[in-house]
Design a protein around this ligand. Structure first.
Ligand SMILES: C[S@@+](CC[C@H](N)C(=O)[O-])C[C@H]1O[C@@H](n2cnc3c(N)ncnc32)[C@H](O)[C@@H]1O
Length: 235
């Protein structure tokens, strides 16, 4: 499920079956397949609908964080709709101060985030953050990087998601939202959202263009990566 081919082995890495539904997958980061700098272990639950798989968009975003590591070192990072949290965990491994968030009502997902953080000896904060909901903790977030892998999949949730993203971008001047999504409508979706929310897409990349061949061959579909900031031209 993680890589779309049903074998749960999205980086070609080892997968240990710990129960009939739970697996632990390992994801390697480095400058070549033979020189991993580190690996991140993720607990996945194949029973869940959303949130407890490592979706392909998160593999692409995690790889981007690794490749752009010089920008991330020591930064404050918030991951939205983090699910199994691979991009946020890579950021934490690079020394970032990371808050992993997901829908406040999805307690199993939030609990899994704490477990994966501990499993990798990282000290990420875990927070329930439902898009478009203004609970107190959101006001204490000042991220330099907001990450979101596969959070643009349900059009009815776009307004709530972008209300939260816009708030965080405004609360933390100079910050950027980096998201990976399945491209189903050319560039129309991003163009529409940028105009609607007064944002600017600073970078739009084909996800596969940044993936090492050993990982790209395990991922299917058209995945886009967008780096989004406030549109200061409009101010
Ligand atoms: C397709 S999954 C992606 C999970 C993970 N980012 C990945 O790529 O592996 C979408 C995630 O968004 C979260 N989500 C959906 N609606 C949400 C909402 N209204 N507020 C916060 N999180 C939400 C889900 O719980 C889920 O973890």
């Amino acid at each position: 499920m993680a890589d779309g081919d049903g074998d749960g082995d999205d980086d070609g890495e080892s997968v240990d079956k710990t129960t009939s539904m739970k697996t632990v997958s390992r994801h390697f980061f480095g400058d070549g397949p033979d020189e991993p700098a580190f690996s991140i272990s993720i607990i996945e639950n194949m029973k869940e609908d959303y949130g407890l798989f490592v979706w392909p968009c998160s593999v692409v975003l995690a790889e981007y964080v690794w490749q752009q590591r010089s920008r991330f070192v020591g930064a404050n990072v918030v991951e939205l709709g983090a699910g199994t949290s691979l991009p946020g965990l890579v950021a934490a491994r690079l020394g970032c101060d990371v808050t992993l968030t997901d829908d406040a009502i999805r307690l199993e997902v939030l609990d899994n985030m704490k477990k994966v953080s501990q499993l990798n000896n990282l000290s990420c904060k875990v927070m329930g953050l439902s898009w478009g909901v203004w609970d107190e903790p959101i006001f204490s977030l000042y991220p330099q990087f907001i990450l979101g892998a596969d959070v643009l999949y349900e059009t009815s949730a776009f307004d709530d998601l972008f209300a939260t993203v816009s708030f965080l971008l405004q609360n933390s001047p100079g910050s950027v939202f980096i998201t990976t999504y399945h491209n189903r409508s050319g560039h129309h979706l991003i163009e529409f959202l940028m105009v609607k929310w007064g944002l600017k897409c600073r970078k739009l990349l084909d996800g596969f263009s940044i993936m090492p061949s050993s990982k790209a061959s395990k991922i299917s579909g058209s995945i886009q990566l967008a780096e989004i900031a406030l549109n200061m031209d409009k101010a």
